[in-house]
Each structure stands twice: as structure tokens, then as C-alpha cells.
Design a protein around this ligand. Structure first.
Ligand code: BG6
Length: 478
């Protein structure tokens, strides 16, 4: 039985906004001293093999020219009433190769202007230090996070950001969807060696380096400014047993453990027993120093996560069908509808994750990604070009209603940032036609289009939800 909340608004001070990542919208991928990141050799998206170097023939679809248009784009976000805006900083704008000693001033100056504009528009900046955009040089020369030296490069990069932007940015995320490295080691870990050639030990050694780096900059941040709030960022995906058979229930838990491990280490400061058992049984031997163990004790201030879908799990080998969109394992849930990209639609799953994470870690939470990727059609209504995206409005409403219930359940939630409030290039497939935005961008997957911006119907809906602090969610949708 489910209970309905009586609260009609969100708590005072709840942050509503949107989230983007540098490589998915900035464009200008070689401007002002920037060098390529791993994204620039993933023209088909992060789940496909890379090309060797970016060339004019295999260029990835460049973002939406946010690099040059951020002021007018942020004005649109402000019009919706955003009180928080999540960006990422492109590492390869600040340290173009990744291993330099001195940062690139032009890159820093760009983010100075961007952060100033976010603040001037009345929004709290929430900054991801590394969002799937490791400098290409680090990937090709060091094999990314497999090399322990990455910890030092990342520390230098993070310190540069803290010192330069710390007067305006207090909320930081260390690595976007850190657990995605298990399925997408290049995108999430800058690892050039193909996934199928990586041993479990090599993969977990790279993960260990990222975890140490995350804890180390958490420590650094706290020493530099006690006001800094540092969060980890996890790809959440609740796993339901396909049946009540305890074997299925355990299989669901086993898959959840693969993801929980990242939060457990970030929040508890040590490796959980179930992961150590897996290491023993699979002969995984890691280079973990005493100093690493000490550093890991620097736990995060809050847990942030993305939520798009849930999956199911079964112990029955005959039923192991992987769903289209579920990169982290699990089988499709027959009770749920799916998006055009095969992602299960499950607002209740968000309430479940919120309760689960809060009960497990007892840390404040932040939903830093949630959204619907869909094909949109630009039409004219009363002489104005727009998209009648009732499906996106439904998605937003149902998920925010679930969030409101979770807050009533007692979850301490700081905010909610919709993924891609302006259409951006998809991380998984590199398509622009997989649109999440409340603002439509006239750009096609082949790069054609005027880059004009148009407000979709959902733009005004989110504006009303924010203006009413959630009360508008109760209105009937016409
Ligand atoms: C998350 C990423 O995986 O999901 C984002 O943090 C990404 O970068 C988002 O864009 C949606 O995924 P996709 O593949 O539809 O872009």
C-alpha cells in the first residue's frame, strides 16, 4: 500500500534547477587553448569504441555553442526560476593535456565568466570536477585512471578550481556517475584499453585510484574552505527481483552491491565486506597503501545521484535478457513502460532510491540528474514555434510527486536538477535528437540547423512548478 503525502509544497530553500556537462553543450572544443578530451574521440557516444584522433571526417557532434551563448541561455534558465545550475568544468580547458604544471589562463577566464553569469542570474553553482571528459592525453599516455599518477594530476586540477572559483562555488561533485566505470571504462575512467581486455584487478585498481582521488580532494576542500560541501555522484538504478524467489531477491541485491560499493566507500571511508569477498573469490589483488586507507576516511558531505530508470534481476539463466538502455546490468521489468530508447519509466523508483540511500548513508541527498530523452517535433502554435511535449511534462510531474513523497518520508534532500534543461548532445549515443530540454535547439544529428533556441510547452510548466514551490504539481493537467 502506498501513502499519499499531504504536503503540497517543497521545503523552504529547496533548490530547483538543471544540470549540464561541458562536453555535451559547450562546443568550441579546440578554442582558447583547449585540447581534445576523450569525448572528442567518441563520435558515436560513450558506449561505442573510440576513434584514434578527432579528424574533420569523424568529428563528434559539437554541443550547442553554449561556449559563446551562455549568457542568453542562462537568462532562459533564470526565466524558469532556477535557483541552482549544475555545470561541469572541462579538465582539458584548464590542463589541456592533463599533466602540465601550469593551468591554461584562457580556460580559467572562461569559467570565471560563466560562474559569474550563473551567480548574477540568482543561481547557486553546483560544479562537477570531472564529468566524462578526461583529457585525451591522459587516456592515451597513461591509460587513464589505471595509472596512480592520475591522482596527483587530478589533485592539482581540483586545487586550481577550488582556489580560483571557491569564492563563488561552494558545492562540488568529484566524479560524475563514478560507478559507470564498470561498464564504460573509457568514458568514466579515461581508460584506453578496451573493456574486454581489462582484468577485474585492473578495473578495480583504476576504481581505487579514483576513490582515493575523490577522498583526497574532499580533504583538500575541507582544509581550504570549511564552507565547501563535497558530494560524490552515483548513477542510481534500483534493481527489483523479477519474482519473490529468494534467489532472485539475492541476485537483485548482488547487482545493487556493485553500485552501493561506491557510495559505501565515499560515505563510510572503507571497502565494504561484500566487495572484499568478491576480491578474494575472483583473485583480485589491489595495490592499496596505508596512506590510501587513511585518505579514504575523508568522507563526503552529501550524496548526489542521477536517476533515470530501474531494472529487474533474476537468478534464472534462461531469463537473462539485457534491456536496451540498462548499461549497469539487470533485465527489463515487464510491468513498466519504456522510453523510445528503452529506459524504463518508473517514478516510484526515485522514491525508493531516495529512501534507500538516506537510510543507508544518513547523508543529505541531491538529485543532480533526472529527465526524459525523447524525440521532439517543432511545430507552430499561434504563430510561435514550440514543442508540445506533454510526455515530458508528465515525466517531470510524476517524478517530482515521487520526490515530494520521499521528503515526507523523512529524506533530507537539498535539491533537484533536471538533466539537460536545454537540449544537449547525448552522452550515450552522441545524438542531439535524444532531447531532454525545456528549450529546443535547432540542430540535427548531422550538425545542420540554425542553433536557434525555442521554448517548449514544458518550459512554462517547470516555471510554474518552481514559482509555486511544487504546489502546481497538484493541478490537473489539461
Ligand atoms: C548520465 C550522464 O548518464 O545520463 C549524462 O551523467 C547523460 O552525461 C545522461 O547525458 C543521459 O544519458 P544520455 O545517454 O541520454 O545522454
Amino acid at each position: 500500500m502506498t501513502t499519499q503525502s499531504t504536503a503540497r509544497t517543497f521545503p523552504d530553500g529547496f533548490l530547483f534547477g538543471g544540470a549540464v556537462a561541458a562536453n555535451q553543450l559547450e562546443g568550441a572544443y579546440l578554442e582558447d587553448g583547449k585540447l581534445p578530451s576523450i569525448q572528442d574521440v567518441l563520435p558515436k557516444g560513450g558506449l561505442q569504441p573510440p576513434t584514434d584522433e578527432p579528424t574533420p571526417d569523424n568529428l563528434k557532434l559539437e554541443g550547442i555553442d553554449f561556449y559563446h551563448r551562455f549568457e542568453s541561455d542562462l537568462a532562459l534558465m533564470a526565466e524558469m526560476g532556477f535557483s541552482v545550475f549544475r555545470i561541469s568544468i572541462a579538465w582539458s580547458r584548464i590542463f589541456p593535456r592533463g599533466d602540465e604544471e601550469t593551468p591554461n589562463e584562457a580556460g580559467l577566464a572562461y569559467y570565471d565568466r560563466l560562474i559569474d553569469a550563473i551567480v548574477a542570474n540568482g543561481m547557486t553553482p553546483l560544479v562537477t570536477i570531472s564529468h566524462y571528459e578526461t583529457p585525451l592525453h591522459l587516456a592515451k599516455t597513461y591509460d587513464g585512471w589505471r595509472d596512480r599518477r592520475l591522482i596527483g594530476f587530478y589533485e592539482r586540477y581540483a586545487r586550481t578550481l577550488f582556489e580560483r572559483f571557491g569564492d563563488r562555488v561552494k558545492h562540488w561533485l568529484t566524479f560524475n556517475e563514478i560507478n559507470a566505470i564498470t561498464m564504460a571504462p573509457l568514458m568514466a575512467g579515461g581508460i584506453w584499453t578496451p573493456r574486454e581486455e581489462l582484468s577485474t584487478s585492473q578495473l578495480y585498481q583504476a576504481i581505487h585510484h579514483e576513490l582515493v582521488a575523490s577522498a583526497s580532494v574532499t580533504k583538500m576542500a575541507h582544509e581550504l574552505d570549511p564552507e565547501f560541501k563535497i558530494g560524490c555522484m552515483i548513477l542510481s538504478m534500483p534493481v527489483y527481483p523479477l519474482s519473490p524467489d529468494p534467489a532472485d531477491v539475492w541476485e537483485a541485491k548482488r547487482i545493487e552491491h556493485e553500485n552501493y560499493a561506491f557510495g559505501d566507500i565515499h560515505c563510510r571511508g572503507e571497502y565494504p565486506g561484500y566487495l572484499l569477498r568478491m576480491f578474494r573469490e575472483e583473485g583480485v589483488e589491489l595495490d592499496i597503501t596505508d596512506s590510501d586507507r587513511e585518505i579514504l576516511k575523508n568522507t563526503v558531505d552529501f550524496v548526489s545521484f542521477s536517476y533515470y530508470m530501474s531494472v529487474a534481476a533474476t537468478a534464472d539463466p534462461a531469463k537473462q535478457i539485457r534491456g536496451e538502455g540498462n548499461v549497469l546490468g539487470g533485465v527489463p521489468n515487464p510491468t513498466l513502460e519504456k522510453t523510445e530508447w528503452g529506459w524504463a519509466l518508473d517514478p516510484m523508483g526515485l522514491r525508493i532510491v531516495l529512501n534507500d540511500y538516506y537510510e543507508r548513508w544518513g547523508k543529505p541527498l541531491f538529485i543532480v540528474e533526472n529527465g526524459l530523452g525523447a524525440k521532439d517535433e517543432l511545430v507552430e502554435v499561434d504563430g510561435v514555434k514550440t514543442v508540445v511535449d506533454d510526455y515530458r511534462i508528465d515525466y517531470l510531474r510524476n517524478h517530482l510527486l515521487a520526490v515530494r513523497e520521499a521528503i515526507e518520508d523523512g529524506v533530507d534532500l537539498w535539491g533537484y536538477t533536471w538533466w539537460g534543461p536545454i537540449d544537449v548532445v547525448s552522452a550515450g549515443t552522441a545524438q542531439l535528437s535524444k532531447r531532454y530540454g525545456f528549450v529546443y535547439i535547432d540542430r540535427n544529428d548531422d550538425g545542420s540547423g540554425s542553433l536557434e533556441r525555442y521554448k517548449k510547452k514544458s518550459f512554462d510548466y517547470y516555471r510554474r512548478v518552481i514559482a509555486s514551490n511544487g504546489a502546481a504539481l497538484d493541478e490537473e493537467l489539461s
